[in-house]
Write a protein that binds this ligand. Structure first.
Ligand code: PRT
Ligand code: ZN
Length: 309
């Protein structure tokens, strides 16, 4: 299709104006690399080295804006960008803080950047019930999400806004508890804290602006979203092959997560079959062990590069 030098596309010899879509991704931080990787796998690779805020893709009318994650919800709401890859936790906080949710729509969950916003108290706290929070000071960078949760739980506590290093709040005497993002839990443990409960479970999502795009823009956006969805599905899915007893096929289907209709090929002169299928989710070692117990042999689990439904 050639290079998108500007807003024009060659179509049967004539030039048709196409306004590129804009997607915002985190510039640097925990979501940055995976976001860029998804775009590249979807055939949307701008020249990242250009150093520009707005990088044009060569083979698709898309420009990629690399920004701080906190800015992405407002950009989506204002229609500054059409799409964004953002942690649900940030989106939730901004929406609770007054951003109109009618202006942003989550298209898909992207299966990376998984974490949870959790309430944690000093490990020495004997009573692990939620009632320990009553009347306490809770340090967090997510005041709106926390306040909403406290109200829903009918707990009265003081929310102390901290913009970084929330986990040291109790040691500094600034707070009695914290509400912070947790993935492995190591940071909390190192600071003598333990999780009391999860306030909000999060992962990276693809979100769009509700701004009206017109027919051409809308169709571009749908193509782009479908590509990213294909990448996500391929990243999670595996192609599984094995030989197995014919009468174990049903049991095998029950064991493999998200197994689609398998191809079952009889093996000549045997009561065994070759079974090939796409498993929609990760296949872990314990699944392989169960397959062996069901008589499967020669099990192969192969990555998939692209899936188009
Ligand atoms: O500069 P910019 O504003 O863009 O980035 P940022 O510093 O605000 O965000 P960044 O890059 O730290 O995180 C971006 C997003 O990654 C978050 O909004 C979440 O959606 C997601 N994410 C996933 C996490 C974590 N996992 C995570 N573990 N964000 C933060 N953490 C913190 C956690 O709070 C702890 O302090 O990482 C530390 C290590 O966690 P443990 O539990 O593994 O010890
Ligand atoms: Zn941020």
């Amino acid at each position: 299709m050639g290079t998108w030098g500007g807003d024009y596309r060659a179509l049967g010899g004539s030039e048709v104006k196409v306004t590129p879509l804009r997607i915002a991704v985190q510039k640097s931080g925990r979501l940055a690399e995976r976001s860029r990787d998804m775009l590249e796998r979807a055939g949307l690779a701008p020249d990242w080295r250009s150093g520009r805020l707005d990088c044009q893709c060569a083979d698709f009318p898309l420009s990629v804006m690399q920004v701080r994650d906190d800015d992405i919800p407002a950009y989506l709401a204002d229609g500054v960008v059409d799409l964004g890859i953002i942690g649900e936790n940030v989106l939730e906080e901004k929406l609770r803080g007054g951003l109109a949710d009618s202006r942003i729509q989550v298209l898909s969950r992207l299966a990376f950047g998984r974490c949870r916003l959790a309430l944690a108290v000093p490990s020495s706290e004997a009573d692990p019930g939620l009632s320990v929070l009553s009347g306490k000071r809770i340090a967090t960078s997510y005041p709106e999400t926390l306040r909403r949760w406290l109200t829903a739980q009918d707990i009265k506590a003081d929310v102390v806004m901290v913009s970084g290093s929330v986990e040291i709040g109790p040691a500094l005497g600034l707070a009695d508890a914290v509400c912070d993002l947790v993935s492995s839990g190591q940071t909390l443990a190192q600071n003598g804290l333990k999780v009391l409960t999860t306030v909000f479970a999060s992962e990276a999502v693809l979100a769009r602006s509700s701004r009206h795009l017109g027919e051409e823009g809308e169709s571009l956006l749908q193509r782009l979203a479908a590509r990213l969805d294909g990448v996500r599905r391929a990243q999670q899915a595996k192609y599984v092959m094995m030989n197995a007893p014919r009468d174990a096929v049903d049991a095998i289907r029950a064991v493999i997560p998200g197994l689609e209709e398998p191809t079952v090929i009889p093996l000549a002169g045997q009561d065994r079959v070759a079974l090939h299928a796409v498993a929609a989710e990760q296949v872990f070692w314990d699944t392989l062990e169960k397959l062996k117990e069901l008589g499967a042999t020669g099990i192969l689990v192969v990555p998939i590069e692209k899936i188009i439904a």
